[in-house]
Design a binder for this molecule. Sequence first.
Ligand code: PXP
Length: 246
Amino acid sequence: MIKLGVNVDHVATLRQARLTYEPDPVTATGLAELGGADIITVHLREDRRHIQDRDLDLLRQTVFTKLNLEMATSQEIIDIAIKVKPEQVTLVPEKRQEVTTEGGLSVTSQKKLLTDIIKRFKDNDIYVSLFIDPDKDQIIASGAVGAQSIELHTGNYANAKSEKETAETLKILQEGVKIAQDAGLRVNAGHGLTYKNTGPIVEVLDVEELHIGHSIVSRAIFVGLKRAVKEMKDLIYKHYLIKQNF
Ligand code: PXP
């Protein structure tokens, strides 16, 4: 079964809007796990716009599934990650002006740097995934720099404006998965996935983890986080059964 990673950054975004103590992303992760989350994801950004160092420290003590830390390749954050020891780090590009992570990481343009960083993580028993666009060169380079996994950016698929564009972007993702698997990489996917567009991803892509944040936290405002996570898990399971021809 495909695993669901729930990103709780936006719970912290709401808290930081008032610089107060609520809602607490640490409480949120407990509810997400009760709802069936297989992985908890947070992004400790350099500008600390949502998740704070205190959140990460507490999450390390409380998350009993798997903690996936999204992070830029900044020295400060790398040192924190090595100290906190999440099970997995997902390296992402980071720009201060962006609303959310926009494009995938450029692996081809920073091979030496990434090789060194990935080695350091692996030496510390931290599993490394790279968030990249479904581009052949980036995928091959990800294997070459030593990453164990990639997370394919599903943003173009999520933003597709027509059925034709949806089919085209899905095909590109499908080809990306194949290239990655041939290169010995494990494949995850995420960004912009919702209760509407996740089904085809499950049916068509042979991926291990889906990472979803905004849509689940948005639904949680109305139905509660535990139920929002369970509804996404049920949706993934339903489409997984369709894929298996049940
Ligand atoms: N994967 C990565 C690498 C991301 O940066 C994000 C956004 O933080 C997500 C998945 C989740 O995206 P969304 O919030 O659109 O579901």
